[in-house]
Design a protein around this ligand. Structure first.
Ligand SMILES: [Zn+2]
Ligand SMILES: [Zn+2]
Length: 717
């Protein structure tokens, strides 16, 4: 698949963004960029950093970069070393292309309730989107013509705010200190923190800060708030600026460290503790039972009840507005690799970024030998002039193609649209045919791994929504049902090469045969949960296949055997379960019953059973079928070409009854037996002898046995 189609539909949107690219770049850290017109693609200094290895061992590099993609996409961030080869990885700031998935955060979240998906996947998506509801405060910087927005998720205690912190990499920092006596020290501090972040130094525990010399202009009538730069604020969450108060542990510690005055707006009901809070000896925060002190309009209200009242109060006063923020980040589609659809953009000195015109799409990958990723963080295409040298589609001047390629998640985010249309008459002109799409999509049932919960499944939903809004498809959600299958683990732990607990199927196939492995995997656990691969379980399945082999071969060797009525009925149940309720296929039960019968399986029953067994153990079944059919190649038809066994419904009715066993008139056991068994006193007595539970009651020879056919047996001892 190529990017041509996506590029085509984005074309018109792109023209809008080109003009605002400069703006976009500058404002990337402010929340204003989120409110730019709904443009799906934009180029910016990467807000995330990509990891590249410092080693030149290119043989490993490809893997390292693969790893880098994963860590880049995960919120946890990467380690200092590559998981696969141990090389050090470094962070590098790069310009990359983004899809504005954040514009759909609200819809991605809201639509989840309409989907019939595995709950764990929905939960993962909700967490990934990470909605938080709060207040956006609008504030002014004193003596400067700068207005800022501050997002607050816990606005209850906003009147306790006494200072403001801003992220070191926030673009506003320069404006705040430019030309002031603070400039030199502040910029040195910013550089120090930047270096620490690039070097992956964890700064969660040591908080560092510096005063900018600036103030927020008296936002709530309680005085100006000094603006500090703090190491714990990140630019790309919220607005990158946070108001701080005594009712937050980190703010409290920061204020104590730098002697910033504090104020309280809530007190604990406990009077002794209240004194400590008044004296700022301890940080009182997020306490449901806390009693609000300010503003006077909600004085006396509990903290846990105050949220809505406070937000209304803030809106009434005009301090700010109710707002929703998301943790979801824009989607970096740039990859510095070879395998991927080239991003169809061209850079011209005069026109800046220009989209490749529709008639020139798709941009094809050149056929090159040095396709391996490089260790300088630049894509392989950047070495190929014949690829990147081009002319500007707008002014005709020499220009340069983008040499990054698209994230392959972009391909997988719409493949379900392409697949049904690959054979259509318009397949070479259109990405997907409208009629075919209308007939087959959205996808009714999608089965996959839960590891796709937050990347593939989120991207596919986003692309569908965007295409829907552009009028290309009639639905917003690509997959009505998603079923997350389980994971096979080994000896209780997830398989990993480094731990060495990996199951190599070849070894097991060599030792036990493919059928045993296949059946073991199929029946080791529920489909949604997977199971624990244990060698003992594998051996158990191998032994079971041995029993099946002996059972059927006994019959095959005797050429022709009549069906046994009881076993025949058991077989109907096995067929019924395999037909209607596959996960509970009753092979074990049937083989147990047939073995216990101590007589050969009827020839026809044996054939029906082997047909039933064939999809699960194809090789063993074929061998058995061949023997059951007289071992003649002439006219032989494979078991895999036989119709599925049908069961006789009439034999399933009352196929089991509860047979009561009494000892001296007291019920001691209830046996589940077939109606035939229930009529046969000898069979029942045999079953009683085998029962562990009845042993202690029947230690002596019974004086009398009362047998009521189909109902009960009473032993008088
Ligand atoms: Zn590596
Ligand atoms: Zn141009």
């Amino acid at each position: 698949m190529d990017l041509g189609f996506i590029a085509k539909i984005l074309h018109s949107k792109l023209e809008g963004i080109q003009k605002s690219t400069q703006r976009f770049q500058k404002k990337i850290f402010t929340s204003n960029c989120i409110r730019l017109a709904l443009c799906l693609i934009g180029r910016a200094q990467s807000r995330r950093t990509i990891q590249i290895t410092t080693s030149g061992r290119s043989g490993y590099l490809r893997k390292c970069l693969r790893k880098a993609l994963h860590t880049e996409a995960s919120p946890a961030g990467g380690d200092d070393c590559c998981e696969r080869c141990g090389n050090k990885v470094e962070k590098k700031l790069m310009e990359q292309w983004f899809f504005r998935i954040t514009a759909y955060a609200g819809k991605l979240l809201a639509n989840l309730s309409t989907l019939k998906w595995s709950e764990k996947v929905k939960v993962a998506q909700r967490n990934w989107i990470g909605q938080s509801v709060g207040v956006n405060f609008k504030e002014k910087v004193k003596d400067l013509d700068i207005e800022i927005e501050v997002f607050d998720t816990v606005p209850q205690t906003f009147l306790a705010q006494t200072f403001t912190v801003i992220a070191p990499e926030h673009p506003l920092v320069e404006q705040l200190v430019s030309g002031t006596e603070y400039e030199k020290l502040v910029m040195e501090f910013v550089e120090k923190i930047r270096k620490k972040r690039l070097a992956n130094v964890k700064m969660d525990h040591e908080i560092e800060g510096i005063f900018t010399g600036r103030y927020i202009d008296n936002p709530f009538g309680t005085g100006d708030l000094p603006i500090w730069i703090a190491s714990f604020v990140v630019a790309d969450y919220g607005t990158g600026i946070v108001n701080c108060s005594a009712h937050d542990q980190r703010d409290f510690a920061f204020a104590k460290k730098y002697n910033i005055p504090l104020r309280f707006s809530m007190l604990p009901p406990d009077l002794k503790k209240a004194v400590q809070v008044r004296n700022f000896e301890l940080c009182y925060h997020h306490a449901p039972e806390g009693i609000m002190q300010t503003p006077k309009e909600i004085h006396g209200m509990r903290w846990s009840d105050a949220r809505d009242a406070i937000i209304s109060y803030i809106e009434q006063k005009g301090y700010g507005k109710r707002a929703i923020h998301y943790h979801l980040r824009d989607w970096t589609i740039s990859r510095q690799r070879y395998w991927g659809a080239p991003i169809p953009m061209v850079y011209c000195e005069t026109c800046k970024w220009v989209a490749v015109p529709e008639k020139d799409l798709p941009v094809l990958l050149p056929d090159i030998a040095d396709y391996k990723p490089r260790d300088d963080g630049v894509g392989p295409l950047a070495k190929h002039k014949e690829f990147y040298e081009t002319i500007c589609p707008t002014c005709g001047a020499p220009a340069r193609r983008e040499t990054d390629v698209c994230d392959t998640f972009l391909d997988s985010s719409w493949y379900h649209l392409r697949y049904p249309s690959v054979a259509s008459k318009t397949a070479n002109v259109k990405a997907f045919d409208e009629e075919i799409t209308k007939k087959w999509l959205p996808v009714t049932m999608y089965t996959g791994g839960a590891e796709h919960s937050v990347l593939h499944l989120m991207y596919a939903r986003f692309i569908a929504m965007a295409l829907h809004d552009m009028g290309y498809i009639s639905f917003e959600e690509p997959y009505t049902n998603f079923f997350a299958h389980g994971l096979v683990i080994k000896d209780g732990a997830k398989m990993s090469k480094s731990k060495g607990n990996v199951v190599n199927p070849d070894e097991y196939i060599k030792k036990y045969g493919a059928d045993a492995l296949r059946m073991y995997l199929m029946f080791m656990g529920p489909y949604s949960e997977g199971g624990d691969f244990r060698d003992t379980g594998m051996e158990g399945m191998y032994r079971f296949l041995g029993r099946v082999w002996r059972l059927v071969m006994e019959s095959a060797n005797m050429k022709s055997v009549d069906n046994d009525a009881v076993i025949h009925r058991e077989l109907q149940r096995a067929i019924q379960r395999a037909t209607d309720d596959l996960p509970k296929a009753g092979f074990m039960e049937f083989v147990n019953a047939a073995t216990d019968a101590k007589k050969p399986l009827g020839t026809e029953d044996a054939k029906d059973f082997v047909k039933l067994f064939a999809p699960f153990a194809p090789h063993v079944a074929e061998e058995l079928w061949f023997r059951l059919c007289g071992e003649k190649m002439e006219g032989y038809v494979s078991v895999h070409k036989q119709p599925w066994s049908m069961y006789d419904k009439s034999l399933l009715v009352d196929s089991s009854i509860q047979f009561v066993v009494q000892v001296n008139g007291k019920i001691r056991e209830t046996l589940t037996v077939t109606p035939e068994q229930g009529k046969d006193q000898k069979v029942i007595e045999e079953l009683v002898k085998k029962s562990e539970r009845l042993k202690k009651y029947l230690t002596t020879r019974p004086q009398k046995i009362i047998f009521i056919s189909g109902k009960l047996i009473n032993f008088v001892v």
